[in-house]
Design a protein around this ligand. Structure first.
Ligand SMILES: Cc1cc2nc3c(=O)[nH]c(=O)nc-3n(C[C@H](O)[C@H](O)[C@H](O)COP(=O)(O)O)c2cc1C
Length: 195
């Protein structure tokens, strides 16, 4: 298979989001592991809170159709997760839910087809000491339900405000090593699943 394409995205669109910096470190690690990386900023894909009446009246938001196309064109997904009360951010859940909806105008590149059979990896990000460890189990479950193959490797980046250096590498060498191994496993899974 040619170079796998991996989408990397953070579950926050906050201007100063710490998870964005962690996503930069993940993007670099995945690129160094041999994949083509698309770093997606959810600020570029704004969507209202999912509402079935809204969908019935107006269909999928244009931003969601664009994001579905990006996901469909990829071989894998790495999600960097801030932790809200031990779980997934509403932004990320809302985005994943919208993208799981079929688009009658483009069935092949919408709904479950944007997730199914692709590799995924989960990384936590928190200014606290646990690095968002608890959200990882929730997101793993959700992505698995969507038909993604979530690799066993995961990483929780604690004190994420200080964790990433100017060179977009994790300052802690042991954590960077774990990230490199996670990235290699993700790229390998994406390659095998999509060949
Ligand atoms: C509603 C809410 C709940 C939160 N719950 C947790 C939590 O359970 N664990 C944690 O480590 N941080 C929690 N935080 C703090 C976030 O980790 C912190 O705001 C973080 O900077 C958000 O991610 P971002 O910088 O990528 O936007 C919470 C923040 C908010 C707004």
């Amino acid at each position: 298979m040619k170079q796998p394409r991996i989408v990397v995205m953070a579950g926050s669109r906050r201007r100063e989001a710490l998870s964005r910096r962690v996503a930069d470190a993940c993007a670099l690690a995945v690129r160094n592991a041999g994949a083509e990386v698309e770093l997606i900023d959810l600020d570029d894909y704004p969507a209202p809170l999912y509402d079935g009446d809204l969908e019935a009246a107006s269909g999928l938001p244009e931003s969601i159709v664009r994001l579905q196309q990006r996901l469909h064109a990829s071989d894998g997904l790495l999600v960097v997760n801030p932790e809200y009360n031990g779980s997934i951010t509403p932004l990320l859940k809302n985005t994943l839910d919208w993208c799981s909806r079929p688009n009658p105008a483009d069935r092949a590149r919408s709904g479950g087809a944007v997730y199914a059979g692709r590799a995924a990896a989960v990384v936590g990000s928190s200014p606290g000491a646990l690095g968002g460890m608890r959200v990882l189990f929730h997101v793993r479950d959700i992505l698995g339900y969507l038909g993604m193959h979530v690799i066993p490797q995961q990483l929780a980046v604690a004190k994420s405000g200080e964790a990433v250096g100017e060179d977009a590498r994790l300052r802690d060498a042991a954590q960077q090593d774990m990230l490199d191994k996670l990235a290699a496993a993700l790229v390998d899974s994406a390659r095998r699943l999509r060949s």
